[in-house]
Design a protein around this ligand. Structure first.
Ligand code: UTP
Length: 316
């Protein structure tokens, strides 16, 4: 059944939840004492890009779900008076504006996830703050290029169709075991699908499609009641995918899940290789560094090609 909102005037979305309490084991030892969301991508921590994306989409109320090492996250989104005074005294207005920006992106709140019991459990920690309105979830280590308006499109789909909305991306079959994968039916809108089933991290043979869930969700608040009842699943963690599977199969108010198929640029900065790609791409496009970095990169690639042709040549 296609879900529809029962209330006549859909409420605007204002709240974003950013889970950032995972252990970040793929990036150890860098993430031993620093949350992976705080790793710099060029000159900003990954999570600042995510908060900026939420602000651009009109979500001014941000709740971060933090775990151990939460202090760095809280400090980054707070004012730093000593640093501000030092920069003011030096007359360094440019850097002053930059460090103030992270503290002015919206109303940022924090809640602690006592134990990393899974993404579903992290989202459940937002229940009291979110209340009974639809809300967005943005994974703090998943970057969507600022030119690709994925979240805006997902919010529009949720407002039009009700229920919940997930972002999907086509992945090669050998990567399905890294993601939640969706069984889908087409709708009359291009790149908007109705989700009929979800499986968390399936082997390629069991994957219902090559459409993987990536780190953006717009959720109906009925997800909280489902998460409360969701037992630990894959990896012994409470999986958001399992709760969404229930919502996809259910009918009635708040049920139903749609997917927006994303064809833009996305980086999982919790993965070392993707992180490096994000840094290179965003450095090339950086306003101040881009030209110099691109020139160096071209030289470096040429040098590598030369070294390949001349085995004895050394590289820098
Ligand atoms: P990941 O699947 O990337 O897990 O979590 P992880 O533990 O953070 O990292 P690895 O796999 O060990 O390297 C997806 C998102 O869910 C959050 C993470 O912070 C990340 O944004 N998360 C995960 C939580 O907030 N709490 C959890 O218990 C688990």
């Amino acid at each position: 059944m296609t879900p529809s909102r029962t209330d006549s005037a859909p409420s605007p979305l204002v709240k974003a939840v950013i889970p950032a309490a995972g252990l970040g084991t793929r990036f150890l030892p860098a993430t031993k004492a620093t949350p992976k969301e705080m790793l710099p991508v060029v000159d900003k921590p990954a999570i600042q890009y995510v908060v900026e994306e939420a602000a651009r989409a009109g979500l001014q109320d941000v709740l971060m779900i933090t775990g151990r090492n939460k202090v760095a996250l809280e400090d980054h989104f707070d004012r730093h008076w000593e640093l501000e005074q030092a920069l003011e005294a030096k007359g360094d207005d440019r850097r002053l504006q930059r460090i103030r920006k992270s503290a002015t992106l919206g109303n940022i709140h924090f809640v602690r996830q006592g134990e990393p019991l899974g993404l579903g459990h992290a989202v459940l920690c937002a229940q009291a703050h979110v209340g009974d309105q639809p809300f967005a979830v943005l994974l703090g280590d998943d970057l969507i290029d600022a030119r690709d308006l994925l979240l805006e499109q997902m919010i529009a789909v949720q407002q039009a169709k009700g229920g919940s909305v997930v972002a999907l991306m086509e992945v090669p079959p050998e990567q399905t075991h890294l993601y939640g994968c969706a069984a889908v039916e087409e709708t009359d809108e291009p790149d908007v699908v109705r989700i009929t089933g979800l499986v968390e991290k399936p082997d390629p043979a069991d994957a219902p499609s090559n459409l993987a869930i990536i780190g953006r969700y717009v959720l109906d608040p009925s997800i909280f009641g489902v998460l409360e009842q969701t037992p630990p699943g894959r990896g012994n963690e409470i999986q958001l995918t399992d709760a969404l599977q229930e919502r996809a199969a259910a009918s009635g108010e708040g049920a139903g899940v749609h997917g927006v198929v994303f064809r833009g640029r996305r980086y999982d900065t919790g993965d070392r290789l993707d992180y490096l790609k994000a840094v290179v791409r965003l450095a090339r496009e950086h306003k101040e560094l881009g030209d110099d970095f691109s020139a160096w990169l071209e030289d470096y690639v040429a040098e590598l090609r030369d070294a390949d042709r001349t085995p004895s040549a050394t590289s820098r």
